[in-house]
Design a protein around this ligand. Structure first.
Ligand code: FAD
Ligand code: NAP
Ligand code: SF4
Length: 675
């Protein structure tokens, strides 16, 4: 008997049966754009082997004007059919099923050629779109249907028509972007004509035995979006037009409400999909922040949907479903929803990967093979760098001993997990614990290692992390000054007025910790919705609460300082920095930049501004928290080198500047793959 009867139940679609209820949602990985189709094929085949019922590719353009970027991957030529066949063949050989997502970006296309229902520029693109005429609209429909026909020819089991997230089809639905007065605009019947026609024509050219998923925006989260009545009406018409499955889209890309970041509660929008259940007779998929089999099972068991879509969790662990099936759920590497190696990479023009699993999208390049000569390996430091090297080395057959001076594994992840909105780090540390046990790694915890302790090992890896940087502010040794470690790890008492020195990732996290009291909104969906102004789309169009975000009063008055004059949080994650900034602004955190730290006394922190050290100002504070960056902890590495031992030095112990868990894990995994 499985723990996940709903998640693992097959789904009969009439002409085809899906082996379970898990869809791998579409992700733009950048792999298709490499044109290395063997690599693309291996990425999907690995996930097919991992047991997922159906996968959806990244968005594939039906024509040039619809591509998200100039040069975006498309399904337009005979060569495209041949290239994609390599992928579908490999997936089918692995007993998988795959649908191609057809993505027409409309006004979101980052190109001067972009087209839309009306010439209304998007707030997230510099290019005003060209308004389509009747002939232009017909061309878009024909191109989408033709892309689907070619997808079928390329061996795909189906297509997903991207109708949500504010892309082209979505742009026709709402008056905000559709100002037309012809048969494609005006009334809702007219505005939904395009999506319906697209589905109808796609069914016409692909026949009955082909999956058509329509991704439908169920809560737009932008002003003047759809009402829920309109959502239901559209879903019913989409069903009539021939769709096989309806998938859920949450929020337009331009929405100022987080929808998938780590601070969003798990399964935060499953209730929205549930509202559609029973209103259509085809299966409905829910999505967003579903990242464990337990969450998926709960969502399905409580009738929120017929299937769940998980995208990023399939990057973190390609074998998510297989492990859940074999009773090994504790061994599933969890997606922590950080976006650091997936969406941030995509938006930075880099190939997608995963913080937790650096092999994601690097399957053909980063291979983990059994070691030719098993060795005994000492790893000092059980932070993410040390844990990654330990896990991968043990997986390859080496004998690993893992040391840490702390009495638990995890390193700084144990500090990060204390921050409200970063609770997913608990799951990551739990996973590391499960894997350390599973791989029979010997642990020696609660003991600071000296060079002498490491005699007799074939290889020594030093992953001792970092020490906080000393900012050298006169007066910083007083009792009213704490470090981020005192505050987050050791729960030192903090006053009502706080000055935080340093506005890097840790300064932001400490500020977030200090302004919160009570339960984290990430663990309390109604509270989170209230704080961000999300409500039922049935009562308010688009799901936006009329009163807007209603943050609870901050627990403390916090001033967050940096010496740089640039915008606070400029170097935070590309897709999440705005959330951190908005969250602190909601709690009235004051951002002060361009400062010189003059001194600390019992009144607070004295600063001045500019090279001339002008405008002396007192930042009144009961407590000053130092978050001034970090330096490598290399004492042990240096001692070993002095004894003539050459250790491998990784993670923060190697380079502390701009270090994050992504780099630490990647470096550890790659080192272990080569040992
Ligand atoms: P560490 O995690 O520092 O681990 C080093 C380990 O070595 C420690 O456990 C230490 O006890 C041990 N050690 C040191 N000396 C010895 C010795 N002599 N003997 C035995 N053991 C020893 N990164 C992200 O990517 N995303 C985030 O969202 C994020 N948020 C963060 C939030 C906070 C509040 C903090 C503090 C950090 C955050 N980070 C985040 C950064 C991330 O945690 C670090 O980059 C990462 O942990 C560094 O990994 P590491 O293995 O090199 O070092
Ligand atoms: P950081 O990002 O380098 O920020 C350090 C801050 O301290 C900066 O704001 C810097 O700004 C200030 N500073 C530097 N030298 C100083 C000095 N001598 N005196 C006073 N202030 C000084 O480092 P961090 O915040 O300690 O974070 C450590 C690492 O963890 C980072 O690499 C970060 O990427 C990672 N992390 C990531 C996340 C995430 O969400 N992805 C969250 C937390 C941490 P000024 O020089 O302008 O003053
Ligand atoms: Fe999940 Fe972060 Fe990996 Fe992206 S990088 S898949 S958000 S763990």
């Amino acid at each position: 008997m499985t723990d996940y009867p709903h998640m693992l139940a097959p789904l009969d679609l009439g002409f085809i049966t899906l082996k379970n209820r898990v869809l791998m949602g579409s992700m733009h990985t950048g792999l298709e754009e490499t044109r290395d189709w063997n690599r693309v094929a291996e990425f999907y085949a690995e996930r097919a082997r991992g047991g997922v019922a159906l996968m959806v590719t990244g968005g594939i353009a039906p024509n040039r004007e619809g591509g998200v970027l100039p040069g975006a991957s498309g399904m337009m030529t005979e060569q495209d059919i041949a290239d994609h066949s390599i992928v579908t063949d490999r997936v089918h050989a692995a007993d998988g099923k795959i649908a191609m997502q057809i993505l027409h970006a409309g006004r979101y296309a980052y190109s001067p050629e972009c087209v839309a229902p009306s010439p209304v520029k998007s707030p997230i693109s510099p290019f005003p779109p060209r308004e389509l005429d009747e002939e232009g609209i017909e061309k878009q429909i024909a191109d989408i249907a033709e892309a689907a026909r070619k997808a079928k020819q390329a061996g795909y089991d189906g297509v997903e028509i991207m109708g949500s997230e504010g892309y082209f089809l979505n742009q026709f639905l709402v008056t905000h972007t559709n100002k037309r007065t012809d048969r494609w605009g005006g009334s809702y019947e007219n505005r939904m004509r395009l999506p319906i026609e697209v589905v109808r024509r796609t069914r016409e050219v692909t026949g009955d035995d082909f999956i058509i998923i329509y991704r439908l925006s169920m809560i737009d989260l932008v002003p003047n979006g759809s009402t829920f009545d309109e959502v239901v009406q559209l879903a019913q018409e989409i069903e009539k037009a021939g769709a096989t499955i309806i998938n859920t889209g949450i929020g337009w890309h331009e929405a100022r409400i987080p929808t998938i970041a780590t601070s969003v509660p798990r399964a935060a929008f499953a209730w929205v999909t549930k509202k559609l259940m029973g209103k259509v007779s085809i299966p409905v998929i829910t999505s967003n922040r579903i990242n464990t089999p337990d969450v998926a099972e709960d969502v399905l068991a409580t009738g929120c949907a017929d299937m769940v879509s998980m995208a990023r969790p399939m990057l973190a662990d390609a074998h998510f479903v297989a492990k859940a099936m074999s009773g090994e759920a504790a061994k599933i590497a969890p997606c922590i929803a950080c976006n650091q190696a997936c969406l941030d990479h995509t938006f930075g023009g880099k190939l997608t990967s995963c913080l937790v699993n650096p092999r994601a999208c690097h399957e053909t390049e980063l291979t983990i093979a059994p070691a030719a000569t098993p060795k005994s390996i000492a790893v000092v430091g059980a932070g993410p760098a040390g844990l990654s090297v330990a896990l991968t080395a043990a997986e390859r057959g080496h004998t690993v001993t893992l040391f840490d001076k702390a009495d638990m594994i995890g390193g700084q992840l144990n500090i990060a997990k204390m921050v409200p909105g970063k609770e997913e780090f608990f799951g990551l540390v739990d996973w590391y614990s499960a894997m350390v046990e599973d791989l029979n790694i010997t642990t020696r915890l609660g003991h600071a290692v000296d060079a002498e302790d490491l005699d007799g090992f074939d290889e020594v890896v030093i992953a001792t992390g970092v020490v906080p940087r000393d900012p050298g502010i006169p007066g910083q040794d007083a009792d009213n000054v704490l470090s981020y470690i005192d505050v987050l790890r050791d729960a030192a008492p903090v006053g009502d007025k706080v000055a935080v020195v340093g506005a890097g990732g840790i300064g932001f996290d400490v500020s977030e910790f200090l302004v919160h009291k009570g339960e984290s909104p990430t663990k309390n969906l109604p509270l989170w919705m209230e704080e961000w102004g999300v409500t039922d789309p049935e009562t308010h169009r688009s799901g936006l609460a009329p009163e807007g975000p209603q943050p609870h009063a901050p627990a403390r008055a916090v001033t967050l300082l940096q010496r740089k004059a640039e915008k606070h949080g400029k170097r935070l994650g590309k897709t999440t920095g705005w959330i951190h900034r908005a969250a602190l602004k909601m709690k009235d955190v004051e951002f002060v930049g361009g400062v010189n730290y003059e001194r600390i006394d019992s009144d607070g922190l004295h600063v001045s501004f500019g090279d001339a050290r002008e405008d002396p100002t007192l930042i009144e504070a009961d407590t000053i928290v130092l978050c001034a960056g970090q330096l490598p902890e290399r004492t042990l590495a240096d001692a070993l080198i002095a004894r003539g031992v050459t250790p491998h030095v990784i993670g923060g112990a190697d380079v502390a500047a701009e270090l994050d868990a992504k780099r630490a894990i990647d470096q550890g995994t790659r080192l272990a793959a080569a040992l």
